[in-house]
Design a protein around this ligand. Structure first.
Ligand SMILES: [Zn+2]
Length: 224
């Protein structure tokens, strides 16, 4: 699980959400050397059995740095990833972070997202405006989930099947809304790997962040 790629600007509070480009490159090289390949969420759902040496790479929010910094590396190493987009903020910035003191950061625009998809990469839903869904009324939460999916489908002309909860915030009702909206999977920010019995609407992830020794931790968590 990744957020922003590159160096954080001065004064940035959530430095851990940034992964230096060189470290992403190193991680991808290490995955590849260790014989790992990327998988689509589709593969995960349909496999029914644990997938050996396969990993789903996810980027939340759709920062322009993912297009600029990560896409060439993914291409170069032959990896597949999914970026979870905030449907009402395409070509805009992370205003949901700015209100809590974070620096404004550019999000991918429509052309960049088209290029991302043309390169064989996937897109998924991350609501309309990046609220904490558990703090909304049920009808507001449902609108964020359903309309966010529809807006991406209308914009990009493809089915949007995978979702990521903003801030990782979910509860049983929100989980059911996501399933009822027609999504096929949803990612939390709870740490861990997903075995065969995993709820596809409560998938665990591992944050790939600083410091570099996290790499060893990542490998240590993975089934061989
Ligand atoms: Zn997010």
């Amino acid at each position: 699980m990744y957020h922003k790629i590159g160096s954080p600007p001065l004064g940035t509070r959530f430095r851990g959400l940034y992964l230096p480009t060189w470290l992403l490159e190193r991680q991808l090289c290490e995955w590849k050397l260790a014989g790992w390949a990327s998988a689509r969420f589709e593969d995960f759902i349909e496999a029914g059995t644990p997938m050996r040496r396969q990993i789903c790479l996810t980027f939340d929010d759709g920062y322009a740095s993912v297009h600029q910094e990560a896409l060439p590396l993914l291409r170069g190493q032959g990896f597949q990833a999914i970026v979870f987009l905030v449907a009402d903020r395409i070509g805009g910035s992370n205003d949901w972070d700015v209100v809590i003191g974070e620096k404004p950061t550019a999000l991918m625009d429509r052309v960049q997202i088209e290029e991302w998809m043309q390169a064989g990469q996937e897109i998924g839903g991350h609501t309309l405006s990046h609220p904490s869904l558990v703090r909304l009324t049920p009808s507001e939460a449902l609108r964020e989930i359903v309309d966010g999916k529809k807006k991406l489908e209308d914009l990009f002309g493809r089915s949007i099947d995978h979702f990521s909860y903003p801030y990782g915030d979910w509860n049983p009702r929100i989980r059911d809304f996501v399933a009822e909206a027609g999504y096929r999977t949803a990612c939390t920010v709870e740490r861990g790997v997903n075995g065969p019995g995993a709820d596809p609407f409560l998938l665990r992830r591992i944050m790939a962040c600083r410091p570099p020794r996290t790499l060893r931790t990542l490998f240590g968590l993975m089934p061989g």
